[in-house]
Ligand binder design. Structure first.
Ligand code: DGJ
Length: 747
């Protein structure tokens, strides 16, 4: 293989794509990362390297250094038995493809802001691969961002044959990962226990991470994975590859470890029950797979994802989030005007900036009293709210806060006016009794149907047209596709349902955002069921979990933070006993955990004591002071709750390293417990930081309050944090859940 230098490469790109005629190495690069491919016309396109940025010289010598190359987009059927990213059945019934490089192009992309995502500057490299026998073309794309270490890959599969090509597996991308002691970090979970961390060494066999829910694709497993290349995962050192599939629907991530020296990683739409009939002339575009590399451990890979998210993949990622009160755990379905008004007054008094009215406000013929009716009937229930929505918007205004509202646009109930009118709009296997979900009556609307898409868009459009003062929408989704069948899709194309549902969802979201770019929208799906980069570009944040217990939240927020930034993680102070697991924790502990994300409240303030109200008022005002550091700062996870050391700790540092916020939460409680001292990270070793505790329980100060230490000392040693207060009984009562939040300011 002959290497061509950058200049030669640029020259060759200026020539026509067909001039490509000899062995070439093409590097796709970000500031810190290189992806090197062997791109020779008429041969397989191969990946030879993905990792820390290489010099031209080193990249040129990869083959000589013994590095092996693997097909960049492996296909099934001819010569490849390791694993495939694409498998098809051709019109003549044959199942073999062999893709070779025809040409490639490289171009700068400058996408202006769409009003809710920031502008984009990237370089797009597209390799055009063609089958040797049939007119099937696959474009393999790599988009390298200029401002963050992130490369997105996806493909376009073009059917140039005269018949239908059935896609049986159609991944977004593939990556070979050199064997050694490689560990995978990924997530499992369920409702109320989302993003539970799994760490395992990759062993021979296949690791499969998949989702088949149809709607909520992040509730159980998640479409993200990190690979620690230097042995057991560590937070702030070691080489790590991070990968996130940006897709709102069913997915499959696979790592095959066989008799080669590599692990073979693919990710894409889950092909199970979703084979896709690609018509003559049609192109299928796969969702993006985002890849990053960091030599600063798991936290380093997380920081790359967070920067990319805030800059490009999250609605309004550069705007501070408001502190809100959500009505759900406070009143559930018991909504009425005086209660809403009082809740608004209370959150305003505590310093909050937004009130969100959750489920229970709608339904005329079938008023929504509990979860067994009315979804789809988005008219206000005047028995509960006689003056309608505008009255609430005005009330919020009079309290000098904003107003938000809950909807669940993709769903209906068999007890609803919508279902009576449009029974054919629901997803259900033909000729079978409807399969219901929540409340025994919930049903999923068929978003593959354009009429249903119009309806879902219309829900938001009508609310926003009638009540332009609405500032925030909580978009919920509480059911899976559990009975496969669409009245809209042709009978012989029912296997498209899972994919068409998400095309419909994307269409609705695009339309909403085109018309309402400034609206804040939360993605909720029975909690954290939609924490995924395929969803986030339209949304500002997601509800991490319906479980608001502070202790369990430390674990869930820890896992969630691997890929998602704090600004997207809705984290609320709730009451005790906790409504999910009945645990009783001190208010300070609940605040200190909620403060590490996008702070909010999820309770009935009128049930709080005066002292509790004051305590929250103070915490909210302190949070506002440090909000930019928490919401935009770089995350350094320091001590994992999953290590079972009795403690969990993390910190956020401003990019300038002027200020940091350090969180310390005790996760276990034993007499004679010896907690480790936590070394900090991310500070400037040469600067001096003054320590100040916020959300203090009493006037008793920690020994280092107001004292100044070098960043070097704090990172090499850390501060020894005692459990307070000194009173023995009080100490025993509280120390089980003791916690501290320290602000470090550089002089
Ligand atoms: C599930 C959500 O996760 C909750 O926060 C709440 O909005 C309920 N749905 C309302 O039905």
């Amino acid at each position: 293989m002959k290497f061509i230098s950058k200049t030669l490469l640029a020259l060759s790109l200026m020539l026509s794509a067909t001039s490509l005629c000899r062995a070439e190495k093409v590097t796709v690069s970000t500031k810190g990362t290189s992806l090197v491919l062997e791109a020779t016309k008429g041969e397989h396109l191969r990946i030879v390297y993905f990792g820390k940025a290489l010099s031209d010289r080193d990249a040129s010598l990869l083959t000589e250094s013994g590095f092996r190359a693997y097909d960049a987009y492996p296909v099934y059927g001819h010569g490849n038995i390791t694993m495939d990213a694409l498998s098809v059945t051709l019109p003549d019934g044959s199942m073999a493809l062999e893709l070779v490089l025809d040409s490639y192009t490289r171009r700068d992309i400058h996408n202006p802001s769409n009003g809710y995502n920031a502008p984009e500057d990237a370089v797009l490299t597209t390799f055009v691969l063609k089958d040797k026998v049939h007119p099937v073309t696959v474009n393999v794309n790599y988009k390298a961002y200029k401002d963050v270490d992130m490369i997105e890959t996806w493909t376009e599969i073009l059917n140039g044959t005269k018949g239908t090509v059935t896609l049986r597996k159609f991944d977004s991308g593939y990556l070979p990962i050199r064997r050694g002691e490689v560990w995978a970090s990924h997530f499992t979970g369920t409702w109320a226990n989302e993003a539970s961390l799994v760490e395992e060494e990759l062993r021979p066999g296949t690791l499969k991470i998949e989702n088949k829910d149809g709607v909520r694709n992040a509730q159980t497993s998640r479409a993200e994975i990190m690979f620690s290349l230097d042995g057991k995962p560590t937070e702030n050192s070691g080489d790590v590859i991070g990968a996130a599939l940006c897709y709102s629907g069913n997915y499959l991530l696979e790592v095959v470890t066989n008799d080669t020296d590599y692990h073979h990683f693919t990710a894409g739409i889950n092909p199970d029950n979703s084979s896709y009939p690609l018509k003559k002339g049609e192109t299928f575009t796969t969702p993006e797979l985002a890849l990053t590399f960091s030599s600063e451990g798991l936290s380093g890979a997380s920081r790359n994802f967070h920067r990319w998210a805030r800059a490009h993949k999250l609605a309004h990622g550069d705007k501070e989030r408001k502190i809100l009160l959500n009505s759900w755990e406070g009143v559930y379905f018991n909504i009425n005007e005086p209660t809403m008004d009082k809740m608004m007054a209370d959150i305003a008094m505590m310093g909050g900036e937004l009130f969100v009215m959750d489920d229970g406000w709608f339904g005329v013929k079938y008023p929504r009293k509990t979860d067994n009716s009315s979804l789809g009937d988005w008219q206000v229930d005047e028995n509960k709210l006689p003056h309608g929505i505008q009255w609430l918007v005005d009330a919020a205004d009079s309290h000098k806060i904003k107003f938000g509202i809950w909807i669940e646009p993709e769903m209906t109930n068999s007890v609803s006016e919508l279902y009576e009118k449009h029974p054919d709009w629901v997803i259900n296997a033909p000729g079978r009794e409807v399969s219901t979900g929540r409340g025994g009556t919930q049903l999923v609307l068929d978003l593959s149907n354009p009429a249903v898409q119009d309806f879902a868009f219309g829900i938001v459009d009508e609310l926003m047209t009638k009540y332009p003062g609405i500032d925030y929408i909580k978009w919920d989704a509480n059911m899976s596709i559990q009975s496969h069948g669409s009245n809209y899709l042709p009978k012989d194309e029912q296997s498209r349902l899972n994919i068409e549902y998400h095309r419909g969802f994307a269409n609705v979201c695009d339309r909403i955002r085109a018309k309402y770019p400034d609206l804040t929208i939360q993605a909720c799906a029975s909690g954290g069921g939609r924490a995924n980069y395929g969803v986030l570009p339209w949304f500002d944040e997601f509800w991490v979990s319906d479980n608001t217990d502070a202790l369990q939240r430390i674990y869930m927020q820890w896992g969630t933070s691997y890929f998602f930034p704090s600004i997207a993680m809705a984290s609320h102070i709730s009451t005790v006993p906790n409504h999910t697991n009945m645990r009783v924790t001190p208010l300070k502990f609940r605040i200190d955990v909620a403060m590490s994300g996008r702070l909010g409240m999820e309770l009935q303030p009128k049930d709080m004591s005066e002292a509790e109200i004051k305590f929250c008022q103070k915490a909210i005002s302190e949070y506002k002071e440090v909000r930019p550091t928490i919401q935009f700062g770089d995350l350094y996870r320091l001590l994992s709750p999953y290590e079972n050391k009795g403690l969990a700790s993390l910190m956020y540092c401003d990019e300038s390293k002027d200020r940091a916020v350090f969180f310390w939460w005790k996760t276990e409680h034993f007499y004679d417990q010896h907690l480790p001292r936590v070394k900090m990270a991310g500070l400037d070793p040469d600067r001096v930081y003054t320590v100040r505790e916020i959300d203090k329980l009493s006037d008793v100060s920690l020994p280092f309050e107001g004292k100044s230490f070098t960043g070097k000392f704090l990172m090499e040693n850390g501060l020894d944090i005692p459990s307070y207060p000194d009173n023995y009984m009080e100490k025993m009562r509280l120390q089980g859940y003791s916690s501290h939040v320290l602000v470090l300011e550089a002089r």
